[in-house]
Design a protein around this ligand. Structure first.
Ligand SMILES: [Zn+2]
Length: 54
């Protein structure tokens, strides 16, 4: 299951553990994909199918 996490605001939502901006301190979690403020780098990793989500 993919977990969407956000660090200290105004951070964006991340879901790839290999994203260099993946937050160390997680402020919020979401099990469904938020509709806004998604991390660009996570989107790219997902597109390339190299997103490590668990
Ligand atoms: Zn990210």
């Amino acid at each position: 299951m993919v977990e969407y996490v956000q660090g200290t605001p105004p951070d964006r939502w991340h879901w790839c553990k290999n994203c260099t901006q993946y937050p160390l301190g997680i402020d919020k979690r979401h099990s469904k994909r938020p509709e806004y403020d998604l991390c660009d780098q996570c989107k790219k990793l997902e597109k390339k199918q190299v997103c490590v989500s668990c």
